[in-house]
Design a protein around this ligand. Structure first.
Ligand code: ZN
Length: 129
């Protein structure tokens, strides 16, 4: 049986396979080195509906009590459009992105500028504008 390569690609748009990309972060084997890496792993966590990972990587003062996934919403792709700081030696940073999705058979996208902080050597999502 042939394997469908496209299916194994990480949804975050890295062009790497999932097991060599965000899965390390989702499984807690690696910490996101940059704000962008965390942002990408959170996007793929939305794709795979990994509620625990999303809450864990969300600053506790800002995260919702419950995280609901929208029904009928299918994430299609991610495009990172800008970044500001958020590198290994920074302790805060911004990542701007477009996330494309399909809902009720209509394609659309959301655009966000997310703010991240590094606390105790861990990048956390604070909020998006
Ligand atoms: Zn990835």
């Amino acid at each position: 049986m042939s394997e469908d390569c496209a299916e194994n690609l990480c949804p975050c748009g890295s062009s790497k396979s999932y097991v060599l990309c965000c899965k390390f972060l989702h499984d807690g084997l690696l910490k996101a080195p940059t704000a962008e890496a965390l942002m990408r792993s959170r996007y793929s966590a939305y794709v795979f509906k990994l509620r625990d990972y999303l809450l864990k990587t969300w600053h506790e003062d800002f995260r919702p009590k419950f995280l609901k996934f929208e029904k009928d919403l299918e994430w299609l792709s991610l495009e990172v459009t800008d970044r500001e700081r958020g590198l290994e030696f920074d302790d805060e940073g911004y990542v701007e992105f477009k996330a494309f999705f399909k809902k009720a058979k209509k394609k659309s996208f959301m655009q966000e500028r997310s703010y991240f902080k590094k606390i105790d050597a861990k990048w956390l999502y604070i909020r998006g504008d």
